[in-house]
Ligand binder design. Structure first.
Ligand SMILES: NC(=O)C1=CN([C@@H]2O[C@H](COP(=O)(O)OP(=O)(O)OC[C@H]3O[C@@H](n4cnc5c(N)ncnc54)[C@H](O)[C@@H]3O)[C@@H](O)[C@H]2O)C=CC1
Ligand SMILES: O=C(O)[C@H]1O[C@H](OP(=O)(O)OP(=O)(O)OC[C@H]2O[C@@H](n3ccc(=O)[nH]c3=O)[C@H](O)[C@@H]2O)[C@H](O)[C@@H](O)[C@@H]1O
Length: 446
């Protein structure tokens, strides 16, 4: 039997994925309301296909949810999926949830078992937690600790879990490797590459992966800033670079930069850990990666401010998007809501619309204005800010929307729209890194 500790975006997906692989799974969380929802088949967040997968395995009897650590402790393999958010100091990771798991689960571990961390952690965490677990668990050193970092991306979490690009098994000994190979047998048999490593190497692999992605995005966003200054068009620059297979076009769309619950906090935590280890200079560039990313948000605000005549006071802005990216209702560190909040603070009236993330956005920022549909959001707007690249926005009819707004101003922060089509419909189209387009195109006479 497998236990999964922590029923958030990662934990629920992992638990359901393990049940799909044929294992008996018990998933535990300290949040009783969450567990009660999950036990009745309601996943408390949106992830495509997860409701169905959880429902299927509740019905098959292979998946259970509980708040009881005692019950979960009977498993042979325990996957730890609790959060590792940013500390209030804004840099290092808060590992208190992981420590709490060791204190809550540890005393119930009375026989040989494997505890496998999946949460993203600073290097050295696994060894520290292993020592702590050995001290509190009655089974002592018969409790082994492995680290198996997770690379899933929200919106395609199920497929990333069942068909990952690689498995990283950070293990202290061959027996732990063998147990993990048995857990993932169906995935490994399908030919997925397995990287076996020691604990610190596995921890570093995960931090390095997210840092590389952040670097790739901030690189193209920095070039976008340079395009603004030099008159070049970032979309054409990106297209040409992407044809080079050494660079590639994946994860290379510039505009509003990265957000979400992981990438930003992970690069900050890596930098903080590098500082602690005395090699902060080697990764100092990550601070600039972060700064470029945060400037993306300022640049989009500036484009909107310009369209509003220099000030948001008395202006209504349609904010299209609240989720940090399409395919999820996750609003953690959402660039879209960051922009909405700046406009609100500068006395603009915002009307936020998102196909999935409205409830989360409302809960977190009740002071913002919200609209129930796309058309309601744009009605009477002085400018439309396209901030999350949902398909619904890509296919919106610029003529129809043009009838609803007060002014046909649009900032396409995700380079999503058919530029020529919107301009032909009389829109003043602006986008980061595309300075030549940032001039008023006269509305056609219809
Ligand atoms: N969300 C994602 O796409 C991915 C997340 N990760 C990493 O996975 C970890 C978890 O991330 P999310 O699932 O997004 O976080 P989350 O915040 O959605 O979920 C964490 C869950 O842990 C529970 N929890 C906290 N303390 C607990 C305790 N003592 N015992 C039992 N449950 C407890 C919380 O109630 C919550 O349900 C983080 O380290 C993150 O960096 C890694 C890859 C992908
Ligand atoms: O460690 C994690 O938690 C996960 O973090 C990211 O996954 P996720 O946060 O779900 O989202 P991404 O798809 O990476 O997008 C991150 C941000 O980058 C932005 N982005 C993405 C791609 C792109 O081309 N341009 C761009 O601006 C998105 O809008 C979003 O705000 C990584 O992609 C996962 O591999 C990793 O497991």
């Amino acid at each position: 039997m497998i236990s999964v500790v922590g029923c958030g975006y990662l934990g629920v997906t992992h638990a359901a994925g393990m049940a799909e692989l044929g294992h008996d799974v018990i998933a535990v969380d300290v949040d009783a309301a969450k567990i009660s929802a999950l036990a009745s088949g309601r996943v408390p967040f949106f992830e495509p296909g997860l409701d169905e997968l959880v429902g299927r395995h509740l019905a098959s009897g292979r998946l259970r949810f509980t708040t009881s650590y005692e019950e979960a402790a009977t498993a042979d393999v325990h996957f730890i999926c609790v959060g590792t958010p940013q500390q209030s100091n804004g840099t290092s990771a808060d590992l208190s949830h992981l420590d709490a798991v060791v204190e809550q689960l540890g005393p119930h571990l009375v026989s040989e078992c494997l505890v496998v961390g999946k949460s993203t952690v600073p290097v050295g965490t696994a060894a520290r937690l292993a020592a702590k677990l050995h001290a509190v668990a009655p089974a002592g050193e018969n409790v082994s600790v492995a680290w198996n970092p997770e690379f899933l991306s929200e919106g395609k979490a199920i497929s990333d879990t069942l068909h990952p690009e690689r498995l990283v098994l950070g293990v202290p000994h061959a027996r732990a490797e063998q147990m993990l190979r048995e857990v993932y047998a169906r995935i490994i048999d399908a030919g997925v590459p397995v990287v076996v490593a020691d604990l610190p190497t596995a921890e570093v692999i995960k931090s390095a992966a997210n840092s590389f992605m952040a670097t790739k995005l901030s690189f193209i966003n920095a070039i976008s800033e340079f395009c603004d200054a030099s008159g070049a068009d970032i979309t054409v620059v990106t297209q040409a670079l992407a044809y080079d297979t050494r660079i590639g076009g994946k994860f290379f769309t510039s505009g509003l930069g990265f957000g979400g619950g992981c990438v930003s906090k992970d690069i900050r935590a890596l930098l903080a850990r590098a500082d602690e280890l005395g090699v902060g200079h080697a990764l100092a560039f990550l601070a600039e990666i972060d700064a470029v990313n945060m400037r993306c948000r300022d640049r989009v605000v500036e484009l909107l401010r310009k369209q509003c005549g220099g000030s948001f006071t008395g202006r209504r802005i349609a904010v299209l998007g609240a989720a940090f990216k399409p395919g999820t209702d996750d609003i953690r560190d959402s660039p879209a809501l960051h922009v909405a909040n700046v406009i609100h603070r500068e006395d603009g009236e915002v009307a936020v619309y998102d196909p999935r993330a409205m409830d989360n956005a409302r809960r977190a920022f009740p002071e913002l204005g919200y609209a129930p549909t796309l058309l309601d959001a744009v009605r009477g707007a002085d400018a439309v800010a396209l901030l999350t690249d949902w398909d619904e926005f890509a296919v919106a009819d610029p003529y129809l929307l043009g009838e609803e707004v007060k002014q046909r101003n649009v900032v396409d922060a995700r380079h999503l729209l058919d530029t020529a089509g919107w301009q032909a419909a009389g829109w003043n189209y602006a986008a980061p890194g595309r300075p030549a387009l940032q001039q008023r195109v006269p509305a056609p006479s219809i």
